[in-house]
Design a protein around this ligand. Structure first.
Ligand SMILES: [Mg+2]
Length: 183
């Protein structure tokens, strides 16, 4: 399978994993188990099969993500993982996005290839917009406000569920190719 040029950074909680299903041991912050959002597994698998690079860019504890993705049989789905506990900063910090790029050997000129997909306006969308990559709001969760408060919180694209991400990624791949936006 030929690799796509579009690079997908993706959040976890309420973007791929249903936060309402997270279980923690008493007195612990570590998520022991959680269920995926309907369609998330199929979307991740389809993106991977079609040659898109997937990087988890998520706030939380590394052990939580190890547990949840292993439990769901998706421990190998991400090409890389950037986790706030290990970076020492949460989104919207540019440190998260810079680290995520470095892990893939990308630099400034590659920013046009990157989309950041997440459910949180103040973290995922503001972070992506300030950093200068394409922002995609996953407006699936009933637990977060999906109304942008200002320009910085306004996503470039909005999708309602994981399956829409496959279509959007394919569309952006074609559009960016056509517009010569890769360099
Ligand atoms: Mg989230």
């Amino acid at each position: 399978m030929e690799k796509k040029k579009l690079i997908i950074f993706i959040d976890s909680g309420d973007t791929l994993v249903d936060e309402s299903t997270e279980r923690r041991a008493e007195g612990s912050q570590v998520v022991e188990s959680a269920s995926l959002i309907p369609g998330a597994r199929q979307a991740l698998t389809a993106l991977k099969e079609r040659g898109f690079v997937l990087e988890l860019v998520a706030d939380g504890l590394a052990q939580s993500f190890d547990n949840v993705y292993r439990q769901n049989g998706l421990e190998d789905i991400f090409d890389r993982r950037t986790i706030s506990e290990l970076v020492g900063a949460d989104k919207p910090s540019p440190e998260m996005f810079r680290t995520a790029m470095e892990k893939l050997g990308l630099d400034e000129k590659d920013k046009g290839r990157i989309i950041m997909v997440g459910n949180n306006l103040k973290r995922d969308i503001v972070g992506a917009n300030r950093f200068g990559v394409t922002s995609v709001l996953m407006a699936w969760s009933p637990r977060y406000c999906m109304e942008p408060g200002d320009r910085e919180e306004t996503p470039d694209y909005i999708i309602k569920e994981p399956s829409e991400l496959v279509e959007l990624a394919e569309r952006l791949e074609r559009e960016k190719e056509a517009c010569g936006e890769w360099k």
